[in-house]
Ligand binder design. Structure first.
Ligand code: ARG
Length: 617
């Protein structure tokens, strides 16, 4: 909704600039849009007072916009300021003077009415709809138009665990950040293809298949596939590590060689090994699905590296024909030369025995996705450890004349930092299921201890949602590139800024509406929302579209989460002082609408970050 006011300010200012002769009528075509981009919404602070200006423009930004200091001319500034006070047609905006900023304020009642009726009319679309056709200032200070979605398809690849290896914290981060990015795009009207790209191919599967013949147990596999495959995986890896240490990897009977041989067989279509591998894959996916369900995560498709084993081979042949792929005479590996003026460098695409690599399969997969989905953008949500992998992917795609890869923008790879110390309290190896179980158990215990949660009928389900919300929010509240330390205490705290805290604020708003004894009508007198605690809440709701826009620029979920914390705090504060029960009808109506809208926005934000909003807890 702030976008609406920014637009209003821009129209007004553009009119004044034309009237004063500073801008020629002919230059005015995109003027409003560009001006709207430099209007900033002021954050709500403790000191905020009702009649403070809510918006401002920094002169510096204006100068940048016009490439000159149009306000160097003091008389112009005065003219603009004075013309405003004499202009009855725009009397809802006042321009304050300040040496650094132009400041604008609307009549608070007009803001309250516009914002709250928009929430009521637009429902879950609120914040997303006014986002369209807006502009933003890029990192370079330039103006960028945010393109309307118009049926555009976006591919977001996230989660992408490796079957037979544990789903670690990095995969969890990828899963929840990728889900957030997808939700954001979907909210804005894009068609989103969510891909889970399983790590299900490569030498380690040769090793695992060979290892399973030695250490595996069919019964255990059926019982808990992930756990058992992991046990085998650990054993064979230990064995090969020992072989490496003892310089025995060249021995034909070594586990290392068996693994290599088995994978070569698999790449050449060995039926038995492929059947075994299929079983590992199937059972692992079934396990993962259970976990995704708990996390509220879904995918359009499950792809995997194995899908590209063949086409990656063909790709190598094509690259060889076109002369892009060269062979290192000494080692026999195949590579593409990606040197530029400054650096000489090579990207390896095949091993000396001709088998493909992770990157080769990614190249093949990228081409296939472009062909299948003809996407407008693609994002790979993968930890920062793979930064150079995705850099290489982009560069080699460019060499292959897949030009889209070079124009896809800075967020081709959406990276993130590491989670430190995520383990169950017993400190065992991390299996995601154990983390979720533990969060659920702690929440259940806390719910039983607090009196407020007496009337929840399905305690287990609610505790699970709370546990998941807490884990998600703890993760998403940090800038994604930062490493963070996992803490059970912070994560499951009812009072501090946590997922439980947000859920609690939401459930409270819900129960307030059910128990206040007032039914919302269309007769709202917005002048009853001009108390400080009410109006701050209105302003916070007004900012929601700005927050969505900002997080779309940076793909930073923390922008949304921090916003929700502030919304919840303002809501709790308002809840304490703005009573509904026992108040005159018009006051009660206005307040009820305010809380109703707060709940709508809180729910919308919770869903965006991947939490199912709870009505009761
Ligand atoms: N399975 C990989 C891993 O766990 C992540 C895959 C990332 N996606 C990709 N297209 N390479 O390391």
């Amino acid at each position: 909704m702030a976008g609406y006011f920014r637009q209003a300010i821009a129209s007004k200012l553009s009119r004044l600039l034309i009237q004063s002769g500073t801008i020629q009528e002919s230059q005015s075509e995109t003027l409003v849009t560009r001006l709207a981009a430099v209007v900033k919404v002021k954050k709500i602070s403790k000191k905020h007072s009702l009649w403070d200006d809510q918006f401002q423009i920094n002169f510096k930004d204006l100068n940048l916009l016009f490439n000159e200091n149009i306000f160097a001319n003091v008389t112009l500034k005065e003219k603009i300021l004075s013309s405003d006070s004499q202009s009855p047609s725009c009397n809802e905006v006042r321009i304050g003077s300040n040496d650094k900023f132009l400041q604008f304020g609307f009549d608070p009642k007009i803001i309250a009415e516009n914002v709250l009726s928009a929430v009521r009319n637009e429902g879950s679309k609120f914040g997303y709809s006014s986002h369209l056709h807006q502009v933003a200032i890029g990192d370079d200070g330039g103006i960028r138009l945010i393109e309307p979605p118009n049926d555009k398809t976006v591919v977001v690849e996230y989660s992408s665990p490796n079957i037979a290896k544990p789903f670690h914290a990095g995969h969890l981060r990828s899963t929840i950040i990728g889900n957030f990015v997808s939700n954001l795009y979907e909210g804005l009207g894009y068609k989103v293809i969510r891909i889970n790209y399983l790590g299900d191919w490569g030498t380690q599967f040769g090793l695992l298949a060979a290892g399973f013949r030695k250490y595996g147990c069919e019964e255990k596999l059926q019982e808990d596939a992930l756990q058992h495959l992991f046990q085998v995986y650990v054993k064979v890896n230990k064995e090969t590590a020992d072989e490496v240490a003892a310089n025995q990897t060249a021995n034909a009977n070594s586990m290392y060689q068996q693994g290599q041989r088995t994978f070569r067989k698999m790449e050449h279509g060995d039926k038995d090994y492929l059947e075994l591998w299929q079983k590992f894959r199937h059972l692992s996916i079934e396990e993962y699905k259970k976990m995704y369900k708990r996390l509220g995560i879904s995918f359009t498709v499950h792809h995997g590296e194995s899908m590209y084993a063949k086409s990656a081979q063909n790709l190598l042949k094509d690259l060889q024909c076109s002369g892009l792929l060269q062979t290192d005479q000494k080692t026999g590996v195949g590579f593409v030369d990606v040197s530029d003026e400054r650096n000489s460098s090579r990207v390896t695409l095949s091993k000396s025995d001709g088998t493909t690599l992770y990157l080769t399969r990614d190249l093949s997969a990228a081409k296939d996705r472009k062909k299948k989905y003809n996407f407008h953008k693609i994002h790979y949500v993968v930890d920062n450890g793979q930064k150079s992998h995705f850099h290489n992917l982009k560069v080699v795609l460019g060499k292959m004349k897949e030009n889209w890869a070079l124009t896809t923008g800075p967020h081709f790879h959406i990276g993130f930092g590491r989670v430190l110390g995520m383990s169950t309290r017993k400190g065992e190896v991390v299996f995601m299921k154990d983390i979720l179980d533990e969060a659920q158990a702690i929440m259940l215990q806390k719910m039983r201890e607090t009196k407020t949660s007496k009337d929840v009928s399905d305690e287990d389900a609610v505790a699970d949602i709370l546990g998941v919300s807490s884990i998600l929010v703890q993760d998403l509240k940090e800038r994604r590139n930062r490493d963070y330390k996992f803490s059970w205490e912070k994560c499951l705290n009812f009072k501090a800024d946590s997922g439980v805290f947000l859920q609690y604020a939401h459930a409270r708003l819900n129960s307030l509406q059910l128990t206040c004894g007032v039914k919302l009508t269309d007769q709202i007198d917005y002048s009853f929302l001009l108390e400080e605690d009410a109006f701050k809440l209105v302003l916070q709701i007004c900012r929601y579209d700005e927050v969505l826009r900002d997080s779309m620029q940076t793909f930073e979920p923390c922008v949304v989460v921090q916003y929700l914390f502030q919304l919840a705090h303002l809501s709790n504060q308002a809840h304490r002082v703005l009573l509904i029960k026992g108040q005159p009808e018009d006051i009660a109506q206005a307040r009820l609408l305010l809380f109703h809208c707060t709940q709508q926005v809180l729910a919308s934000g919770l869903r965006l970050v991947g939490c199912l909003p709870l009505d009761k807890m």
